[in-house]
Design a protein around this ligand. Structure first.
Ligand code: NAP
Length: 327
């Protein structure tokens, strides 16, 4: 008998096809995030769960089914899953690293450029019929070329951001828990500095660390105050890396020039005041949202899940200790 799998939201067909060849698949019939109770009900009967970053897979859900073997997350970040609880129950957790790196880096650059050059404000102004012709002081932004870019977290996406900065002749600083080898620093043209130095010296600060207890509110009021008044903050990683209330204050009181966000602390809700500000660009968690990349993510998440159910080590296993006897 085929093992049972539940998919918490419609994903590209390529992933479902892989699952259906090997498993009995049930899809969330609604085009919305399921409630915790709905997930608990669905998880009771299955061996494999394919979930999204919008599903909080906590201890209660994990404890609710002794037959659950694998939780395959359709995302690279897995802060939505209690990995410790899953590991305790010997349940594998997988993610989708790498395939969304370039697409997310592209979006980060789109946001950086939009914030620096006031693209969204200028678009709204023009649409409203307020444009009366070229003017010497109209929408003066910040220059990107030859500016200093600060990358917080030089992992896959951070490096892809650095590569793109080469074309803009930027000075590139990075802060990370560990320094990359000198050869990689040379190739990327990056300089390792403390987070404080990065914040003080960068014209653009972009965040690419995972959301962990130690990175929660990494950018708080005190850190925002270190940034230049002319600088911009970009976040395409996870909302809670920034204290969003402090950010609203910083943008209102012009401690920094602007921000651009793809992710939010209480997604999908925005901190009061954020959407009233002109000096912030806000988009709807679309970092990996290209058809090609979402299809690759679906394929990867499904492949991970099927491998786990077959008793193999999934290619992108997060909690390697669960399967250490098979490697
Ligand atoms: P990654 O390759 O793991 O890179 C993260 C980097 O941050 C690593 O170098 C990591 O070092 C470093 N780091 C970890 N903790 C840190 C700390 N406390 N301070 C400074 N650096 C720290 O991950 P990635 O693939 O680049 O993705 C980064 C994040 O982007 C993901 O976790 C995800 O949340 C987010 N993301 C968002 C979207 C979107 O749709 N907006 C799309 C893709 C990814 P170690 O390797 O030593 O831990």
């Amino acid at each position: 008998m085929k093992e049972k799998v539940f998919v918490t939201r419609r994903i590209p067909r390529a992933g479902i096809d892989i699952l259906e060849k090997e498993c009995e698949v049930k899809l969330n019939p609604h085009d919305r995030v399921l409630t915790k109770q709905e997930i608990i009900e669905e998880v009771k009967e299955i061996e494999g769960l394919l979930c999204l970053l919008t599903d909080t897979i906590d201890e209660e859900i994990i404890e609710g089914n002794k037959n659950l073997k694998i939780i395959s997350n359709y995302a690279v970040g897995y802060n939505n899953i209690n990995v410790e609880a899953a590991t305790k129950k010997k349940i594998m957790v997988t993610n989708t690293p790498g395939v969304l790196t370039d697409t997310t880096a592209d979006l980060t650059w789109a946001l950086l450029m939009s914030a620096a050059r006031k693209i969204v404000e200028s678009d709204h102004f023009t649409r409203k019929g307020k444009f009366r012709g070229w003017a010497p002081m109209l929408f003066l932004g910040g220059d990107i070329h030859h500016a200093t870019l600060g990358i917080v977290g030089l992992g896959r996406i951070g490096r892809a951001i650095a590569k793109r900065a080469g074309g803009f002749s930027m000075r590139i600083l990075y802060a990370d828990v560990k320094r990359v080898p000198p050869q990689a620093e040379k190739e990327l043209g990056v300089e390792f500095v403390s987070l404080e130095k990065l914040l003080r010296e960068s014209d653009f600060v972009t965040i690419h660390v995972p959301l962990l207890p130690e990175t929660h509110h990494l950018i708080c009021e005190e850190k925002l105050k270190l940034m230049k008044k002319t600088s911009f903050l970009i976040n395409t990683a996870r909302g809670s890396l920034i204290d969003e209330r402090a950010l609203v204050k910083a943008l209102k009181e012009c401690w920094i020039a602007g921000a651009a966000l793809d992710v939010y602390e209480n997604e999908p809700d925005l901190t009061p005041g954020l959407s009233d500000l002109d000096n912030v660009v806000i988009v709807s968690h679309i970092g990996s949202a290209s058809m090609a990349t979402r299809t690759k993510m679906a394929t990867m998440a499904a492949t991970n899940l099927v491998a786990g159910l077959k008793g193999e080590v999934p290619p992108n296993l997060v909690n390697k200790e669960v399967n250490s006897n098979k490697e």
